[in-house]
Design a protein around this ligand. Structure first.
Ligand code: PEP
Ligand code: MG
Length: 902
């Protein structure tokens, strides 16, 4: 290996030179083959060409200097070790050329097997295989086929077609019925196909075959399907693939040969045991092609006890070494076991928790590591109800699992019908081609949403996820006919009133009702399953890991809740207070009339009367919430949305008035209402009269809310409770706004708490970019900040919250402008920077300033890590996300090493 002793850049590593931590350079497959080699496991000898070589090739269109010489040197070493030469006519060394990137991209890139076979060495191979001519010619025709397709872009169907013809000539449909002569004939036919498409003969030089195959693997990094896969999985485009050149071993040399896959634990449930499949007398590609049925791995014990025992020993060893579930590919060549691949295996969410718990029990990992190995997305998955699919249910269509969960219900096609049936207590599934903002009421009323169009960022998907509602989008096998109130799928017609079931995780759609099982993990969080006393490995593992996360995290976790019921549930889920109680819903329902009076009031006394009537109702709202969160902080936000949202829509009113006028009815009241709605109409209500602006414009509105909050707190305190109210002012952009509201609020607090002392904090949301940039000034007037990252994202990017995700985000995701919607996961560089600046400048102005976040990002795993890094005190999220945030806050603390200073 003289080439490597010079100063030249090293592009080729023998398996004995690498290790599992070199995935960046050797790819996952190469790094793990090296690791197994160094463990002394039976890996067919070989070497890995680095991802750097691939990157250089893709950048320049040619192999980097030195690569050819290094391949030569490693090939010679391989030949010496095997005592054979590549393509030797008498006793050929054959190799496979396999892709292997840092991240697994199953089936996306190329592999060429049997490199080194030609018209002479095929004879040598037959002799070597004990005169097995059939095997040798079959191997040769596979090489021409794979090489032709992969390296020279010969259309694969032509080879398939020739194979079919050979079988037809023989009167069979089974490859195994073709004998050596048939296959020899097929080799001739394949060579002709090759020559016709490439204008040259099939290359007989083994080294040329090898070089071309390596180049084809490099190039397959940029194959269309690989590019698409990377985009979807958010794998960076510039990593490149490594190429593994591995001595061929054959699982198709007879009944004492075979190939299989194995898992060291069940990747579905995490249960310990032996899981895998085996296929005798076959190569790996036959398993994938499903030519014959595999048998459970345990049957290998009868077929070849010694290989089986050796395999089990290796599996135990690998698990102990990797300290994790491993998946394995192996081949047995005439009774000799060879390991072809291993890696830390993929697993379901449940298995991730169970395995992490088991490995702690086995002393292989500690609890910090267990916490690191699970994540909030997995926990969220475990909190959705699931279908009980043990009966025969067959999906009639599969769309995109747009918002997880399982829902069964009566089919409806309009929002209005959804609302009607839901009011009767029915569970409904709203079916549309696609949804739009007008469907909102129906979506709220429905148990699940099914659309025939649109992807993961369609309106239906985004809104459903926001609501935590099950949604399958883009089920394009479904033909929706809204006027006729029916849809057709797979030749069947489903009418309004029929029942369907949708699985928002898998995207599957079933006809009829599939029974739904509640989540055990939710039952545990609700307190109805005691982890110490039930035999449920998953619940026990979740309990253990959550307890550890709680002990480690620095961030507190609060909830966004505006009813007593939500507050109570969130508290059971571990919320340590309310970070955002939105007061706007308290102005709906039977209070609408009072709100209308307030908005339409012409004189101060009319307005005051409406506010006075609202005061006791608001006070009761807060009493209930303070009671449920007794002893914990409750941040109540003064009303935020524009007031005209509480009035009927302009178009509807205009029509009503016109119709009534036509009929000669008295429309004075409606006209006044219409005039008010017209007056308040805004082109950009999100940027208009809302939040603190409203409080400064409508006299007495904020004062009424402040009084209701403080009176409720005093009432609770008088009854022996321990309320901790925090009053939060929305949409502040300038300290003067806050100062004005605060001066008025302080007077009320002073007056009301004379009767009974209660501490009331006054703080602000930071959700307008100007507030973030003037945080130092604002902190002078605020006892706390809570980042409203929904509006901060809206105003930071200039993206209308309600429109853009459905309108054009698909294109932004496709172009990679961002990998995930900035409304879902915080944009660290832009919006995140505003948060960072405000946190730093706020704390500099007022040391100890309490900082939290209450936008949707408070429950997003990646964003939680960011808020930990920035040093916030708490995150606040919807009740169902509370456990996710607890877990991620624990992970963030463990990963950054800063733990438990709460
Ligand atoms: C926000 O803007 O992030 C926020 C929490 O307020 P809302 O979503 O009610 O506008
Ligand atoms: Mg907001």
């Amino acid at each position: 290996m003289a080439a490597q002793e010079t100063d030249e850049h090293k592009y080729v590593y023998d398996f004995s030179e690498g290790n599992k931590d070199l995935k960046d350079l050797l790819g996952g497959k190469g790094a793990n083959l090296a690791e197994m080699t160094n463990l002394g496991l039976p890996v067919p000898p070989g070497f890995t060409i680095t991802t750097e070589a691939c990157q250089a090739y893709l950048a320049t269109g040619r192999e980097p200097d030195g690569l050819a010489g290094q391949i030569e040197a490693h090939l010679e070493a391989l030949e010496r070790a095997m005592g054979k030469h590549l393509g030797d006519p008498r006793d050929p060394l054959l190799v496979s050329v396999r892709s292997g990137a840092k991240f697994s991209m199953p089936g996306m890139m190329e592999t060429v097997l049997n490199v080194g076979l030609n018209d002479q060495s095929v004879v040598g191979l037959s002799a070597q295989a004990g005169g097995n001519d059939r095997f040798a010619w079959d191997s040769y025709r596979r090489l021409i086929q794979m090489f032709g397709k992969t390296v020279c872009e010969v259309p694969g169907e032509e080879f398939e077609h020739a194979l079919d013809e050979a079988k037809a000539a023989k009167g069979t449909s089974n490859d195994l019925d073709l004998d050596a002569d048939d296959l020899r004939g097929l080799v001739d036919a394949y060579k002709k196909i090759f020559a016709k498409h490439t204008g040259r003969e099939f290359p007989q030089q083994p080294r040329e075959q090898l070089d071309l195959a390596i180049r084809a693997v490099f190039e397959s990094w940029n194959a269309e399907r690989a590019v698409l896969y990377r985009r979807q999985e958010r794998i960076p485009a510039d990593l490149g693939t490594a190429v593994n050149v591995v001595t061929m071993v054959f699982g198709n040399l007879g009944p004492d040969s075979g190939t299989g896959v194995a898992f060291t634990r069940d990747p579905g449930s995490g249960a310990q045991g032996i899981y895998g499949d085996y296929l005798a007398n076959a190569q790996g590609e036959d398993v994938v092609a499903g030519i014959r049925n595999t048998v459970p791995l345990q049957e290998l014990e009868q077929l070849d006890k010694s290989s089986y025992d050796e395999l089990l020993g290796i599996m135990a060893r690998l698990e102990e070494h990797y300290r994790d579930l491993c998946d394995i590919e192996f081949t047995i060549e005439r009774g000799k076991l060879w390991m072809l691949q291993t890696r830390v295996g993929k697993r379901t969410a449940a298995a991730a928790f169970v395995i992490a718990g088991q490995l702690v029990d086995e002393g292989l990992i500690d609890l910090d590591e267990a916490l690191h190995r699970v994540n909030g997305a997995q926990l969220a998955q475990l909190m959705f109800p699931r279908f009980q699919l043990d009966h025969e249910f067959e999906a009639v269509a599969t769309g995109i699992g747009a918002s997880p969960g399982a829902a069964s219900g009566t089919v409806v096609f309009t929002s209005a019908r959804a609302v009607e049936l839901a009011a009767e207590g029915k569970s409904v599934i709203l079916v549309r081609r696609e949804t739009n903002p007008d469907d909102l009421n129906g979506m709220i009323a429905a148990q699940g949403i099914l659309t025939s169009r649109g992807g993961k960022t369609s309106h239906a998907a985004v809104v459903a996820r926001g609501m935590g509602k099950t949604c399958v989008s883009g089920a394009d096998a479904i033909e929706v006919n809204v006027p006729a109130k029916r849809f057709t799928v797979a030749g069947q017609t489903v009418h309004e009133g029929d029942v369907v079931s949708i699985d928002g995780t898998t995207g599957k759609v079933y006809l009829g009702e599939v029974p739904v099982m509640p989540s055990e993990v939710v039952q545990y969080f609700e307190g109805s399953l005691d982890p110490e006393h039930i035999d449920n490995a998953l619940v026990r593992a979740v309990h253990r890991i959550m307890t550890h996360a709680d002990g480690k995290r620095r961030l507190a976790v609060r909830t966004n809740a505006d009813t007593g019921a939500d507050a109570a549930r969130a508290r059971r889920f571990g919320a340590e207070g309310i970070g955002l109680c939105r007061t706007e819903h308290m102005f709906l329902g039977d209070r609408r009339e009072l709100v209308e009076r307030l908005i339409l009031a012409r004189a101060a006394d009319e307005r005051e009367a409406a506010l006075e009537a609202l005061l006791p109702l608001q006070r009761d709202d807060f009493v209930e919430i303070f009671r449920e969160m007794d002893g914990l902080p409750v941040t109540v936000r003064l009303i935020d949305p524009p007031l005209h949202e509480f009035l009927p829509p302009l178009e509807q009113l205009a029509v009503n008035v016109a119709v009534a006028q036509e009929r000669g009815e008295d429309v004075a009241k409606e006209e006044a209402l219409l005039a008010a709605v017209r007056r308040m109409h805004e082109e950009n209500p999100m940027l208009g009269l809302r939040g603190v602006r409203l409080g400064l414009v409508i006299p007495g509105l904020f004062a009424m809310q402040v009084r209701a909050i403080v009176e409720a707190a005093v009432e609770c305190a008088k009854r022996g409770g321990d309320p901790k109210p925090e009053i939060m002012v929305p949409l502040v952009g300038a300290v003067q706004e806050l100062e004005t509201v605060r001066a008025e609020a302080e007077k009320i607090i002073e007056e009301v708490t004379r009767e009974k002392a209660v501490e009331v904090l006054i703080g602000t949301m930071i959700e307008v970019p100007r507030a973030a940039l003037t945080a130092g000034q604002i902190a002078e007037a605020a006892q706390f900040f809570s980042f409203g990252t929904n509006d901060l994202t809206q105003m930071g990017w200039g993206f209308s919250r309600d429109d853009v995700e459905g309108a054009f985000f698909w294109r932004y995701l496709e172009l990679g402008i961002f990998g995930i919607s900035p409304f879902e996961s915080i944009d660290r560089d832009g919006v995140g920077r505003l948060v960072r600046i405000a946190a730093e400048e706020g704390r500099a102005a007022r040391p100890g300033l309490k900082l939290g976040v209450c936008g949707e990002h408070g429950g997003d795993p990646d964003s939680v890590h960011f808020f930990h890094e920035v040093g916030l005190d708490y995150v606040s999220c919807s009740p169902f996300r509370v456990p996710v945030a607890r877990l991620e806050a624990g992970r963030a603390a463990v990963e950054t090493g800063g733990s438990d200073s709460r």
